[in-house]
Ligand binder design. Structure first.
Ligand code: HEC
Length: 162
């Protein structure tokens, strides 16, 4: 597990743009440790027999497992989550002066955009990460769902045969 982490995340962590986010999410984790801990015992356990990797905290989306039997989809969860928490600033149709500083190239208009940005979406808002949105983060429960949905490849209903 440690060896895997080394290989997979070493280059990612060297990325300049990660530094600020990592620092902030570190303190965020401390502050919300109690809440997510109790939440964690309930949800990620479902279905999967792996004990170590199943609980987190994970340092990247690559490490975050997709639990067996996950049924979250774009239609049932992901689309609504992004609409509620993100696209108020991160949508390409928003005039530049209404994005409240959200970088112009970081837009989550549709499932394709979300999949392309999945690593960074997770790193800012999934599981223990709560630095996006900048104010009023999603509940620990919704962040855990976001982590699960992204880790499972951000499926749509059609991908799961629904
Ligand atoms: C109130 C406006 C606002 C909302 C809502 C918002 N963001 Fe941001 N976002 C920003 C600003 C400002 C920046 C640039 C500063 C920074 O990176 O912290 C940014 C940058 C980003 C970046 C690019 C930097 C990086 O870390 O890769 C990502 C990814 C991101 N936001 C994800 C999200 C996600 C996911 C949500 C929803 C859960 C969200 N944001 C909601 C304002 C917003």
């Amino acid at each position: 597990m440690a060896a895997l982490g080394l290989g997979a995340s070493a280059c990612r962590d060297d990325g300049g743009e990660d530094d600020g986010a990592m620092g902030e999410s570190g303190s965020g984790t401390g502050a919300t440790g109690d809440g997510s801990g109790s939440d964690g015992s309930g949800s990620p356990g479902t279905g999967s027999g792996e004990s170590g990797d199943a609980m987190g905290p994970w340092s990247s989306l690559d490490e975050r497992p997709c639990p067996d039997g996950s049924f979250l989809t774009y239609e049932s969860f992901g689309g609504g989550f992004m609409l509620t928490y993100c696209t108020g600033c991160h949508h390409s149709r928003l005039p530049a002066d209404t994005r409240q500083g959200a970088p112009i190239e970081v837009s989550f208009d549709d499932l394709e955009d979300i999949r392309a940005w999945a690593d960074r979406i997770w790193a800012r808002s999934g599981d223990d990460n709560d630095t996006m949105p900048p104010v009023g983060p999603a509940s620990a429960e919704d962040r855990a769902r976001l982590g699960e949905w992204l880790a499972c490849g951000a499926p749509a209903d059609a991908d799961l045969g629904m």
